[in-house]
Structure formats: C-alpha cells, structure tokens
Design a protein around this ligand. Structure first.
Ligand code: NAP
Length: 322
C-alpha cells in the first residue's frame, strides 16, 4: 500500500495549542469519507489512521460493489483515492493510534502513545477486527499458516492446500481468491447451508478447486513451525477426523474495535457503539460511523455514507455550539 502520510515533525506543539474542530479516528472508508466532508466544510480535520491504514477495505483484493467502478477496484487503491480526495480539501492524515479518550468535557482529549490532541468534535470510525476461533494452536500458528487475510497471505500458499472456515460472504470471497494460488481450498462450515449471498455461492460451487465440508468445526490446529493438520468434529454426528492442510484462513465475522470507549459511550451487547440515525452517540459532539457502530451492513458504501453523515452532523453541531 502506498498511502501518503504527513510528517509529524514539530506537530506536537501545534496540536496542543489548537483544538481541532473535527478529529477522526480510523482511516477506513467511514473515516476518510468523514474527513472529506469535514474538510469540504473547511473544518481542517485530523485523521488518526489507526493500526490498519485504509481499514479492512484496504486488505480486500478487489471491491466489486462500490458504485462508480464498474470493473471493480483494488481495496488498497480505493483507500488511496479516498485519502487523496480528503487531503485535497485540507485533511491532515497521521499514522498514529489513539490509546485513550476523555469524553467527559469539551474539547475532548485523545491520547496516542506519544501525543495528545484536543478536539471540539470526534468521529469514531475505528472499524472492526476479525473474530478468532479460540481453539488450541490458533494463536501459536498465526503467521505460520493461520491467517485472517487472504489478500495479505494468499501468495505464500502457491501450489499448496488451504482450508477456510466460515460460510459468509467473506469466507466465500476469500476462498475464491485463494484458488489463484492454492491447489485446493476446503471450506469448513458449521452448518449445511451457507450464509453468503447467491452470486458468491454459485461462483464458489462452480469452482473446481473448492470443496465443502459441512456441519463441521475445527477443534484444534496442529503443527510445530507450520500448520500441518486440522482436527475436525462433525457437529451432527460427533465424528472426529483429521484434515491435512498447509494453511488455515479464518473468516467467521468481526468484533468492533471499541474497547477504548467502554463506560464512556453507550454500546450494545456486541460492543457496537450506539448511534442514532444522525450518527450521534450518547455524548453530544461525538459521532460514530462504519463498523464501530454497524453490525448490519458492513459495506464500503454504507460505511462511507455513515462517515459523510457524521461529518455533516459534526459541522452542524459546531455551528450551533460555537
Ligand atoms: P458473517 O456474515 O457474520 O459470516 C460469518 C460466518 O462464520 C457465518 O457463516 C458463521 O456461521 C460462521 N461462524 C461464526 N462464528 C463461527 C465459529 N465460532 N466457528 C465456525 N464458524 C463460525 O461475516 P462475514 O462473512 O465476515 O461478513 C460480514 C459482513 O460483511 C456481512 O454483512 C457480509 O454480507 C459483508 N460482506 C460482503 C461482501 C460482499 O458484498 N462482496 C464481502 C465480504 C463481507 P453461521 O452461518 O452458522 O452463523
């Protein structure tokens, strides 16, 4: 990825002297769309990128359902375009990660490992992270055959066998992508019916490299320095078996990256920030957008839309409260 980042040099003093009008946490579609709208409202927003520059979308090989790109667009390329457009109108993008926030009074305070920022409004677009299986061997073999990103790691499995866990859109999309490299892709799903949409289902079922193991869960990932075998269990019969594989890709959903806001903002049982249709959270002046507050849609287009809406509301809030 080739995102262009601003230089930090000498920035700390400037940040401490001037509260930002809008500070955006996260650089996925929600964050960068929010920044674009805030910048065009001449609010000179600051974006703290978070650890995953471009968010999860930037890890997607091709995005085929973002309007305006009839032939599809690379996830990382789309992120770069979002950033370029936001910067064109005065957004400052910094590669830094918030570690702590104080939302008890305005201006709000955002701390990172080395800096502290003040801001009149805050837009939280911290996204979500992949859910883990939580089975023995998973953590130990992450990076040694266990992966949560086919775009990042697929190449390492050229002419090898891989397994994919999950039955949703991500699992099927990534399984199809992995057939570029792997000799075979085995999709292990805990039910006998897929959750994924019809188009992806037909594509996956028509792909000669893909086979399915139904009603089955992975109970252990086995290997010393690399994944060798998966221990499987059929949830209907209780039957156990071993599957030899070189890699295991896990796509079983996501968890919102919102732990920093526990006790500071209202959240639902899944840890998603509660925001109303104006993207307003339980603290006036604090907005949420994208997967940090959206357990339902999780699309680039919906996240970008929420980001734009959050920025428009932040601009309105500033007008009314200045
Ligand atoms: P998802 O739709 O929540 O699917 C998660 C899958 O993992 C489900 O099949 C689920 O099984 C399975 N699963 C969950 N926990 C499990 C566990 N502990 N062990 C084994 N299997 C487990 O998640 P997603 O596929 O990441 O998609 C998230 C959202 O993004 C969805 O709204 C999806 O439509 C969207 N998305 C869209 C596209 C696209 O439009 N091209 C691409 C990617 C994602 P069950 O089915 O039994 O619950």
């Amino acid at each position: 990825m080739n995102f262009n980042l601003n230089d930090h040099t000498g920035a700390e003093e400037e940040h401490q002297q001037h509260p930002y009008k809008v500070l955006v946490l996260g650089s996925g579609p929600a964050g960068l769309a929010a920044a674009l709208y805030a910048a065009r409202a001449e609010l000179n927003p600051l974006v703290l990128t978070g650890m995953e520059l471009g968010g999860q979308a930037a890890l997607t090989h091709t995005i085929e359902n973002y309007p305006g790109f009839p032939e599809g667009v690379g996830g990382s390329q789309l992120g770069e375009l979002f950033q370029k457009q936001a910067e064109r109108f005065g957004t400052r993008v910094e590669f830094d990660t918030a570690t702590e926030v104080d939302l008890s009074k305005r201006p709000f305070t955002v701390k990172t490992y080395g800096q502290e920022f003040q801001t009149e409004t805050l837009i939280i677009s911290t996204g979500a992270s992949p859910t883990h299986l939580n089975v023995p061997g998973e953590v130990e073999l992450t990076g040694k055959g266990v992966s949560y990103c086919a775009t990042c790691d697929g190449w390492f499995f050229k002419d090898k066998k891989v397994a994919v866990v999950g039955g949703g859109d991500s699992a099927l999309e990534e399984a199809i992508f992995l057939t570029r490299y792997a000799t075979s892709v085995t999709i292990i799903h805990r039910r006998d019916e897929l959750r994924a949409g019809a188009i992806l289902q037909s594509r996956a079922k028509a792909n000669s490299k893909i086979r399915f193991i139904w009603d089955t869960v992975v109970t252990e990932v086995v290997g010393k320095d690399a994944v060798q075998t998966l221990k499987l269990k059929n949830v209907k019969t209780g039957e156990t078996s071993d599957l030899a594989t070189d890699g295991l890709f896990i796509f079983i959903g996501h968890k919102p990256n919102t732990s920093m806001f526990v006790g500071k903002l209202e959240m639902d049982a899944g840890g998603y920030i509660v925001a109303d249709k104006r993207m307003q959270t339980s603290v006036p002046g604090v907005y949420a957008a994208g997967e940090a507050c959206d357990p339902l849609f999780r699309q680039v287009v919906t996240s970008a839309g929420m980001g734009a809406a959050a920025a428009m509301q932040a601009a309105k809030f500033l007008e009314e409260n200045e």
